[in-house]
Ligand binder design. Structure first.
Ligand code: LMR
Length: 331
């Protein structure tokens, strides 16, 4: 009798506890970014949300905040460290406070083309860089591509001298600042959310962006000339808060890692096509004249920029720069 009462009590307790466990709130991943949704990163964030909510239904929920609506360039990294957001994908230019080595991606004219950058991102050195900010609590999950940057301005930029005296909106990057100083121009650090207004108001006369960012922010409507310079990279690192990540169960982390791999492949496969589409749209809109560089003109820009590599060699590491250079076909 006593035994059966005991069994009944255990069963009742179990019944009481099962619904509680099932009703546990899903983990929420807030994924914030600064660009529009119809861009490589914007689409990547949405695909991540879709796959997570299909495969981890009821366990993980993803909230995507595009266009700096939750946090922007000035406060997103602190928000990640405070676990107020759990995922970001800042451009590789925005990490120099945490590691100087990633500045290698900013060195102008270092990579021959987007495929060379993609090859470098697959190399051991780049994989190491994903883990280089762990001591700061930042855990790198993947590289997401956008594309190569183009110079836009209120005047046609053919030679480096054409840029003399102009102000360009730049990301917060010492390398990019030095890049514009090398052609006697001024880099003005501004959050991405303020770029369009700064161009429109004349605070700055130029900018450097991949086609997709020019189009999605309508920058071409206030930039009558776009030089197809392909002079630098604008790619991203998908990052999370290390403590948040490590506190997930092993099974959940493994599932998320599989999803991230799949999304990364999709983003990196589509990024070039999206940039080509946006280039076509901009040129078809007739707002901006395309300036193409002759091989001699391109070489003149490159020659001006090579000293910038040298001045950052110590911070970045000669070995990192060498590793990046070896991915170019001509090496
Ligand atoms: C910029 O600030 O220009 C870029 O980092 C924006 C972005 O995330 O593509």
């Amino acid at each position: 009798m006593l035994k059966s009462c005991f069994t009944t009590a255990i069963i009742s307790l179990a019944i009481l506890f099962v619904p509680v466990a099932q009703a546990a709130e899903p983990i929420v991943i807030k994924f914030a970014h600064v660009v529009a949704e119809d861009t490589p990163k914007g689409k990547g964030a949405l695909l991540f949300k879709k796959l997570v909510e299909e495969r981890l239904a009821g366990q993980v929920k993803v909230e995507v905040y595009p266009n700096s609506t939750l946090v922007g360039d000035a406060d997103e990294m602190q928000a990640l460290l405070d676990n107020k957001v759990q995922m970001l994908a800042p451009s590789l230019s925005k990490f120099d406070k945490y590691t100087k080595q990633l500045q290698v991606f900013d060195l102008p004219f270092l990579f021959d083309d987007a495929e060379a950058v993609a090859r470098f991102q697959r190399r051991e050195k780049s994989r190491e860089l994903l883990r280089s900010m762990i001591p700061h609590g930042i855990y790198g999950l993947a590289y997401w591509n956008n594309g190569l940057k183009q110079l836009s301005a209120t005047k046609a930029l053919h030679t480096p001298e054409d840029a003399n005296g102009l102000a360009f909106r730049i990301q917060s990057s010492a390398v990019i600042e030095a890049q514009f100083s090398a052609v006697q121009a001024k880099g003005v650090r501004l959050p991405f959310a303020e770029a369009f207004k700064a161009l429109q108001s004349g605070q700055v006369q130029g900018a450097e962006n991949p086609w997709s960012n020019i189009a999605s922010q309508n920058m071409h409507t206030v930039q009558p000339f776009i030089t197809e310079s392909n002079h630098g990279v604008l790619n991203y690192m998908l990052i999370t808060n290390g403590t948040f990540w490590n506190n997930l169960t092993f099974a959940m982390r493994s599932e998320l890692e599989g999803i991230i791999l799949e999304v990364t492949q999709a983003v990196n496969k589509e990024a070039e096509a999206l940039n080509r589409r946006d280039r076509d749209r901009i040129l078809a809109s007739g707002t901006s004249k395309l300036v193409t560089l002759s091989p001699e003109e391109r070489d003149a820009w490159r020659q001006k920029m090579v000293p910038v590599w040298k001045s950052f060699e110590e911070e970045i590491g000669a070995d990192v720069i060498r590793a990046a250079l070896t991915v170019n076909r001509r090496h």
